[in-house]
Design a protein around this ligand. Sequence first.
Ligand SMILES: [Zn+2]
Length: 359
Amino acid sequence: MIESLIDACLGLSRLDVLVSGKIVDVYSGNVFDGFVGVKDGLVAYVGRKPKPANKTMNFPSKYVLPAYIDGHIHIESSLMTPSMFARAVIPHGTCCVIADPHEIANVMGLDGIRFMIEDAERTPLKFYFMIPSSVPSTNLETSGAEISLKEIEILKKFKQILGLGEVMNYKGVINKDRSILDKIKMCREMIIDGHAPGLRGDELCMYVSAGIGSDHEVASFDEAKEKLMLGMWVMIREGSTAKAISSLINVVSKGCPERVMLVTDDRHAGDILHEGHLDYCLRRAVEEGLDPIDAVRMVTIKPAEYFGLKNLGGLSPGKSADIVIVDDLKEFRAEAVFINGKLVAENGRYLGAEAKAKK
Ligand SMILES: [Zn+2]
C-alpha cells in the first residue's frame, strides 16, 4: 500500500483520480490553487503541480475540503435507519459520524445496537459508535432493556466502538455511584463523552477526574471556558433541537479553537433534506462571523483528533481520500463528495452503492 502511494507520487504509476481546485489545508489554515491525487482510496499527493492520472476532475473556482465528521449524533432522532441516514447526509459532504445509539438501546438493548452496527456497514458512510452509558438514564425509568457491564464487555470488542457515550448521570459520578463508576472504569482506555449541563467548580473537577473528555451540553461562554480550562473538549451543537452556535461561537472566534468541534446531536429527516447536515452547521457558524477555515476545522481535523481517527480529517498523503468540493466557503453547497476516493454524491444526488441487508 505504501509502495503504491510512493510510485503514484513519483509518477511511476498513474493516480486513480486527480482533483484540482482551491485546496483547503486544515492543518495550517491556508487555501491554495493545487491538486489532490488519489490512489487506492487514499490521498497520495497534495501539491501545486499536476500528476498523471486515469481521471482528472477540475474544479477551478471551487474549494476542495476534507469531508465532514459529526462527532455526536443520535441517528434514531432522524427517524431513519443508519443506511438511509447515510443516503441523506453524504450528498451534504458528510463522510463519517460518531453515533450514540442510546435511543434504540433503551427499547431493544444489545440487539438494537447490533442492528445499528450491521445496517451501518451497508453504506460508504463511516460509522463509529459509542456505548450508551445511561440505559436506563435513571432508576426511576422503566426502559425496555438495560446496558450493563455484561453488554459493555461484548460491545467493546466491536471495531466500530470508540468508547462510552455521554455520561449523563453526572450526579452519580460525583456521588461515587458504583453503577456508573464501574462502567467508566471498564472503558477507561477508550474515549468517554460527557453530558453535564451547567456543571462547574469542584463538581466539574470531580466529573473530569473520571476521565470524561467532552461535553456537548455547554450553554454559556463562561461554562465553555471553564470546561476547556480543565482539559475537556467542547462540542458546540446545532441540530434540530438544541442550537448553541450563536451563544458559543465566541469561544472559538476569541482565540480558543483548539479543542472545539461542531456536532448536531439530533437532526430530523426533514431538516437534513431542506437545510442539510454539517454543511448547515458550517453555514450557521460563518453567518455568526466565524472564520470559515476555523469552522471547517471544527468538523474535520478536530473531531478526528479527539476520537483518535488517525486516517481522517485532513487532505494529507496516506489518509483516506474523503473529499468534498464546495462552491464557496459561505453556503458550503456540495458539488461532489468522495469517500475512499470514490465519487459517492454529485450535485445533491446520492451515487453510493449499498450492500444488501443480512437476513
Ligand atoms: Zn446526545
